[in-house]
Design a protein around this ligand. Structure first.
Ligand code: C2E
Ligand code: MG
Ligand code: MG
Length: 813
């Protein structure tokens, strides 16, 4: 034995084995190879090292020149049993591992002692065990690396001082590096300088506030949606970044793990989706939708906006919203179309959040139709749908107002209730459509005759209401009932011409009930009620009547309504004729007389025509009175002729008489019966009657003239005659109204007018007769103007026939 050598050899041997094993600690595979490589020359002849593979196979890693089945058998046994085997020339020691036997080392006995072999084995066992462990660790680290690199989220691990410990590939790429190594080897500050971190709203996130820093400063965790704006490329990426600490057993931070999930694509998709959704909403909106950016320019416009305003989208986008308004004040906008037309618009503006999206959304709706509908509804509330006339509600409102004014001004207000007499017949026989048409025609005719201040309403069915808010009593008729009767007369008259409905002619009459403020009632309901009651009475009396309400409570003398009393007067013949001479202004000779009717009322005595003629006209009684007058005048004329006096008799005709189709025949028959000639009669019609413009009226006048009657226009100057019309009429005489005559000698202007009328008559080939001459001055003036004839109190009042002066009257000196 050469212990020293052996020892030296063993020293070397153990060192080289240990070195090989140390190297193997880095990598099991290579360590085994290294172990073998390093060991073989050193202890090729000294020892053999066998180790177990991971799969349990026994592998010789060092030593051994030729295969030695005996040795292999021995090694396998030792490894299996973990027990050493010693023989005369060998020692096989197991390499004990932490969990199992790792292998065996076989020594040649002659080259070392047992003690040394044991020492080597112990150290080698530790090294092999470690090597295997390290290898395992490394493998699992590599596995982990592969896994972590495969993760799409970026993972960054910092140590407690903020230095990089780990980064996966995604983290490197996210931070703008090609490889993990590049990232990890770059100082954190430099990495941070590559990009700017912004929050969702675009506000920069300071370095201390990024999640990893917050956790390093003690936050248990931190999370932040971040925008990464790369300074170099200006590229922008979005991430959700979460940081969490890894603590050691004392609770101190070991690492900070930061994971950032790239949501750039997600966000883009989401934005695209929401933009799409936004566009879809915008387009599908039933109204015009305009998005406006912060500077008031249109950024979004839908198709409805194009249609509504008449602009193409390109003409809207980028232009100020203001160009779409003609007027804008509060909610009341007036839209302005491209073609310059305007429309009422309802606009609602609401703010909208969003970076790329408009800041304000204006929803615009054309409310023309709605306005119209509202107006229509408002109209319907106060109008009758069929005729378009105001309805009863509106009439009541106006009646109240009229009464208010009348109370202050002391005027009269009349309410006429009009009911069509034969309407039901038409409606039943021709049907509702024809009935409706008829009502519309009636409404038009009645509407045409009312004055501007009057209000015609449809009460419903075939009933109409006429409100006369300021009854004009200034005409000849003088009193309110007469004035109303005149209006009623015009109503009857308006309905006289046949109506043509569906090609058929139909005739209608109306009954009219009247009440008058303040006489019949003091308030609106009272007037309405009383007009209705009067109508009811009228209906009972017959068709085509007018009944003026008479309150039972009134003066006993008034108890019977005017209607009833007049009717009775007609039946009883309570009328008398007075005559006023028509005088030659040159010599005072009597040229004729004018017959003027009076009502000899047993209760009230003689009543002047202005108190009842209009009413008689309105009540449909004038024809009968007129008939009587003519009859009586004929009788009287015949008497005068017998007596050899009075050349002409003037008789006044009412409009309603002129409307009688058989008037001419009737008068002619009477004249002939009296044995007289028609040219002895002058028929006076008022200027307004003559000028109604009705064909039938004109035909009657012509027929009368043709029959030989002489025609006079009465009250000339009070109406609005068309001289052209006058010229074509079969009229011979113009009676100059008293209003001009009374001022003939005093006022210059009237003097002028009378003079003009006289001249006008002459120019038209007409004879003027001046009415109402009361003073010598008037007489003289008229005579000097060339007016040959005149009548008036100066010469004689209207008097009974037997009091008419004979031959001539005395003229003033
Ligand atoms: P008129 O035909 O213009 O008759 C003249 C009126 O003037 C008469 O009033 C007469 O009395 C009045 N008169 C005559 N001279 C003077 C005078 O110097 N001074 C004044 N202040 N008045 C004078 P009367 O009789 O009250 O008749 C009023 C109107 O009644 C007539 O106006 C006529 O339009 C109508 N009338 C009278 N009788 C009849 C008739 O039988 N049938 C029709 N339909 N109407 C009649
Ligand atoms: Mg007259
Ligand atoms: Mg007159």
């Amino acid at each position: 034995m050469r212990p020293t050598t052996q020892r030296e050899g063993s020293e070397r041997l153990s060192d080289s084995v240990i070195h090989a094993l140390l190297a193997a600690s880095l990598d099991y595979e290579s360590s085994l190879r290294g172990l073998a490589g390093a060991a073989v020359p050193a202890f090729a002849d000294a020892c053999l090292v066998h180790v177990l593979d991971e799969d349990g196979a026994i592998r010789a890693v060092a030593g051994g020149e030729a295969p030695d089945p005996e040795l292999d058998e021995r090694v396998a046994r030792v490894i299996r049993s973990g027990e050493r085997e010693t023989g005369a020339d060998f020692i096989v020691l197991p390499l004990p591992g932490r969990e199992r036997t790792l292998g065996a080392i076989s020594f040649v006995r002659a080259r070392g002692d047992l003690e040394e072999a044991e020492e080597i084995t112990t150290r080698a066992a530790t090294l092999v065990d470690n090597a295997r462990l390290y290898s395992e660790l490394r493998r699992s680290r590599d596995q982990l690396r592969i896994i972590l690199d495969g993760v799409t989220d970026g993972i960054l691990v910092h140590d407690r001082r903020g230095g990089f410990v780990f980064a996966n590939e995604s983290a490197a790429i996210a931070c703008g590096f090609a490889t993990v190594e590049e990232l990890v080897s770059t100082p954190p500050a430099e990495v941070a300088a590559r990009f700017e971190l912004l929050d969702e709203q675009g506000v920069p996130i300071p370095h201390e506030a990024v999640p990893s820093r917050l956790v390093l400063q003690g936050a248990p965790s931190a999370e932040q949606v971040m925008r990464w704006r790369f300074r170099e490329s200006d590229e922008e990426r979005w991430s959700v970044t979460k940081a969490r600490p890894v603590l050691d057993e004392r609770g101190e931070i070991l690492y900070v793990i930061t994971i950032f999930t790239d949501i750039t694509a997600l966000r883009a998709a989401e934005q695209e989706r929401s933009a799409r959704k936004f566009r879809a909403i915008v387009e599908s909106a039933p109204d015009a939708l305009l998005g406006v950016d912060a500077s008031g320019l249109i950024a979004v416009a839908n198709e409805q906006a194009e249609t509504l305003f008449g602009y193409a989208r390109e003409e809207l986008l980028g232009h100020p919203l203001e160009m779409l308004w003609a007027k804008a004040n509060g909610a009341g906008h007036t839209g302005l179309r491209k073609d310059g037309s305007e429309f009422p618009a309802e606009v609602s503006v609401s703010p909208l959040d969003g970076d790329d999206q408009p800041l304000g959304i204006a929803i615009v709706r054309d409310v023309t139709e709605r306005r119209r509908a509202e107006e229509r509804i408002a109209h319907l509330a106060f109008h009758d749908g069929l005729t378009g006339l105001p309805n009863r509600s509106m009439l009541e409102g106006h009646l109240e107002m009229a009464l208010g004014r009348a109370r202050r001004g002391g005027q009269s207000v009349a309410l006429l209730y009009i009911d069509l007499d034969e309407f039901k017949l038409v409606n039943d026989s021709l049907g509702h459509i024809a009935g409706d048409e008829l009502l519309r025609q009636v409404a038009r005719r009645l509407g045409a005759l009312k004055r501007e201040s009057d209000l015609l309403a449809r009460q419903g069915g075939d009933e109409f209401l006429l409100l006369v808010p300021d009854l004009d009593c200034s005409d000849h008729a003088g009193s309110a009932p007469s004035a109303v009767a005149r209006i009623a007369e015009r109503i009857h008259w308006a309905l006289r011409d046949p109506f043509v409905v569906e090609g058929l002619e139909c005739r209608l009459g109306a009954s009219v009930g009247v009440s008058i403020y303040p006489h019949d009632a003091g308030d609106a309901p009272g007037l309405l009620r009383h007009a209705d009651a009067a109508l009811y009475n009228g209906k009972a009396l017959g068709r085509g009547t007018t009944v003026i309400y008479a309150d039972d409570e009134a003066d006993p003398l008034e108890r019977l309504s005017l209607t009833t009393r007049l009717r009775r007067a007609v039946e009883r013949g309570e009328f008398v004729l007075h005559y006023q001479p028509v005088v030659d202004l040159e010599d005072g000779s009597i040229a004729g007389v004018e017959a003027l009717v009076r009502w000899d009322d047993p209760e009230r005595g003689i009543i002047a025509p202005r108190e009842f003629i209009a009413a008689a006209e309105g009540l449909g009684l004038i024809e009968r009175i007129g008939d009587w007058v003519f009859e009586e005048a004929c009788r009287q004329a015949r008497e005068w002729r017998r007596a050899g006096g009075v050349l002409h008799v003037s008789i006044n005709l009412s409009l309603r008489q002129v409307w009688q189709s058989d008037l001419t025949e009737k008068l002619l028959a009477r004249v002939h019966r009296a044995g007289l000639s028609p040219d002895r009669f002058i028929l006076e019609i008022t200027e307004s009657t003559a000028m109604t413009g009705s064909v039938r009226g004109e035909q009657t006048l012509q027929a009368l003239a043709d029959a030989g009657f002489r025609l006079a226009i009465d009250d000339f100057g009070t109406g609005y005659s068309s001289l052209a019309r006058l010229k074509g009429m079969p009229v011979e005489i113009l009676k100059i109204d008293r209003s001009f005559v009374s001022d003939a000698d005093t006022e210059d202007s009237s003097k002028g007018i009378v003079k003009t009328i006289v001249e006008l008559s002459h120019n038209l080939g007409l004879s003027p007769i001046a009415e109402g001459i009361e003073t010598p001055g008037q007489w003289r003036a008229l005579r000097d103007h060339g007016c040959r004839l005149g009548q008036g109190y100066l010469f004689s009042r209207p008097v009974p026939a037997d009091e008419v002066p004979v031959g001539a009257v005395a003229l003033p000196a």
